[in-house]
Design a protein around this ligand. Structure first.
Ligand code: ZN
Ligand code: ZN
Length: 112
């Protein structure tokens, strides 16, 4: 369901309206969209409010994946724990992106 995004945030901490795809979830506190992994920049006291796009996956320990988000408005980076209902194909696509888009020819690996 597509929803509008008011400039003021909901007071219900369990409600989340995705700023990118419009997915609306309630009843389970979350900080990013399970469908497209975007979130909204809403640090306490920071009026930014822009959408934050998923940039990468970081591994903090066994089974402890975190999503790295970059704000489309102010370029701030944040991290948040991956959730069990996050879109797994998108998570894997983020995880393999550095291997799919290397900054040098991969045939160099054969010379190591
Ligand atoms: Zn979304
Ligand atoms: Zn921002």
């Amino acid at each position: 369901m597509r929803v509008s995004h008011p400039t003021t945030y909901r007071t219900d901490p369990t409600a989340f309206d995705c700023p990118s795809c419009g997915t609306s979830t309630t009843g389970d506190p979350r900080d990013h969209c399970p469908q497209c992994l975007h979130t909204r920049h809403q640090d306490p006291g920071d009026p930014c409010g822009a959408a934050m796009a998923p940039l990468a996956v970081a591994v903090h320990g066994p089974g402890d994946w975190r999503l790295i988000h970059r704000c489309t408005g102010c370029a701030t980076l944040t991290s948040a724990p991956v959730r069990p209902d996050d879109h797994r194909v998108l998570l894997m696509a983020l995880a393999v992106r550095p291997l799919a888009q290397p900054p040098f020819p991969l045939d160099l690996l054969g010379r190591i």
